[in-house]
Design a protein around this ligand. Sequence first.
Ligand SMILES: *[C@@H]1O[C@H](CO)[C@@H](O)[C@H](O)[C@H]1NC(C)=O
Ligand SMILES: *[C@@H]1O[C@H](CO)[C@@H](O)[C@H](O)[C@H]1NC(C)=O
Ligand SMILES: *[C@@H]1O[C@H](CO)[C@@H](O)[C@H](O)[C@H]1NC(C)=O
Ligand SMILES: *[C@@H]1O[C@H](CO)[C@@H](O)[C@H](O)[C@H]1NC(C)=O
Ligand SMILES: *[C@@H]1O[C@H](CO)[C@@H](O)[C@H](O)[C@H]1NC(C)=O
Ligand SMILES: *[C@@H]1O[C@H](CO)[C@@H](O)[C@H](O)[C@H]1NC(C)=O
Length: 126
Amino acid sequence: MKFWEKTCCIFQLFLGVFVAKVKSDVSTVGSATTLHCNHSIVNFTMVTWRVKLSNQSSCFLSTRGNGNERNCSHRIDLDLDKERTSLRIHNIVVLDEGNYTCEIVNRTGTFRDTVSLQVLAQPYVA
Ligand SMILES: *[C@@H]1O[C@H](CO)[C@@H](O)[C@H](O)[C@H]1NC(C)=O
Ligand SMILES: *[C@@H]1O[C@H](CO)[C@@H](O)[C@H](O)[C@H]1NC(C)=O
Ligand SMILES: *[C@@H]1O[C@H](CO)[C@@H](O)[C@H](O)[C@H]1NC(C)=O
Ligand SMILES: *[C@@H]1O[C@H](CO)[C@@H](O)[C@H](O)[C@H]1NC(C)=O
Ligand SMILES: *[C@@H]1O[C@H](CO)[C@@H](O)[C@H](O)[C@H]1NC(C)=O
Ligand SMILES: *[C@@H]1O[C@H](CO)[C@@H](O)[C@H](O)[C@H]1NC(C)=O
């Protein structure tokens, strides 16, 4: 009994630390969301968002300022403002669940930040 109690609590502690470490966004099917990158894009060479979906498929969106490349769903847009980049996802579907990583390349190096998107099925309305 004691063993299982301890195992449970150690597991919960681990889970708590894990959840706190990963930035997450919880959105409902059909809604829209914006995922933010925590790094400055000032004087960037290239900005890329890499998407790793929970069904193991992946896609990306990138810009060098003068040209864009992408192969993610058309429901996803890369936004740049003066200092930051974000990703807008429209009309969310269950398969959008996964990890969204921004990657800023500049003269100093490459900087990454990941947001984990969890998708909730729409509550049933009678
Ligand atoms: C490169 O980007 C990082 C992260 O945003 C930033 O801290 C750093 O100042 C940038 N370097 C240059 C030279 O702009
Ligand atoms: C960005 O580039 C401008 C023009 O080259 C420079 O004046 C400025 O200091 C740079 N900013 C950073 C954070 O490196
Ligand atoms: C997302 O990142 C978390 C934490 O690194 C990892 O446990 C999970 O397997 C990743 N999910 C996908 C779909 O890559
Ligand atoms: C995973 O989901 C994406 C997005 O809906 C879809 O395009 C892709 O075919 C799926 N991949 C697999 C391996 O099922
Ligand atoms: C997008 O391109 C990347 C890199 O070429 C590839 O690994 C990935 O499978 C592609 N994804 C889709 C949905 O076409
Ligand atoms: C951005 O997030 C990453 C982890 O995803 C972290 O290592 C980094 O220190 C953060 N940067 C800033 C400027 O908050």
